[in-house]
Design a protein around this ligand. Structure first.
Ligand code: GDP
Ligand code: MG
Length: 163
């Protein structure tokens, strides 16, 4: 049985960058434009000796920024059905947004293993967002930089017991 891990979170936090890093290829389109991932994308991920199926999801930019939209929820729910673990990503540089908080509240109500990732944490610019993300009630955030490949050993430590 190959476990499935789904990457979720609002647009532009770096989900597709993380997906590409774990798959080792640029299968997902990375862009500054929120909501650029139109469909869910799947690939075979490797993290040290862990092998798992990974699913990238989109956030949809046309939705009200302060609510968890119907379409985003539908897409995310569909991706979560078959998943063993959700990686909930926030942008540590931007800090928490209302959308992150709505997403987290909804996710806490699901029966799902979650690892909270504070992405864009390279350097010091992510420190306040990292500490703020404890508020989401999804456990201790793991600081990573998907773009620079930092924090992957900590991601491994958080993920391995859940797979
Ligand atoms: P998605 O909408 O959540 O899939 O986000 P993307 O992966 O498309 O990334 C959105 C933007 O954030 C792009 O400009 C990425 O280059 C940038 N980004 C992703 N990961 C990092 C990171 O670790 N550090 C920094 N500084 N930028 C990042
Ligand atoms: Mg994307």
């Amino acid at each position: 049985h190959v476990p499935t891990v789904v990457i979720i979170g609002r647009p532009n936090v770096g989900k597709s960058t993380l997906f590409n890093r774990l798959v080792g290829k640029r299968l997902a389109l990375v862009d500054d434009t929120p909501g650029v991932t139109r469909d869910r994308r799947e690939g075979d991920a490797t993290l040290f000796d862990l092998k798992f199926r990974i699913v990238d999801t989109a956030g949809l930019e046309e939705e009200a920024p302060d609510s968890l939209s119907g379409r985003m929820r539908q897409q995310t729910e569909a991706a979560l059905i078959d998943a063993d673990v959700a990686l909930m990503v926030i942008d540590a540089r931007a800090g928490l947004t209302p959308q992150d908080r709505h997403f987290a509240r909804w996710l806490r109500a699901q029966d799902m293993e979650v690892v909270l990732l504070a992405n864009k944490a390279e350097g010091k610019a992510g420190d306040s967002g990292l500490f703020e993300s404890f508020e989401l009630g999804l456990g201790d955030p793991v600081p990573i930089s998907a773009e620079h490949g930092e924090g992957l050993a900590d991601l491994y430590d958080a993920l391995r017991p859940l797979l």
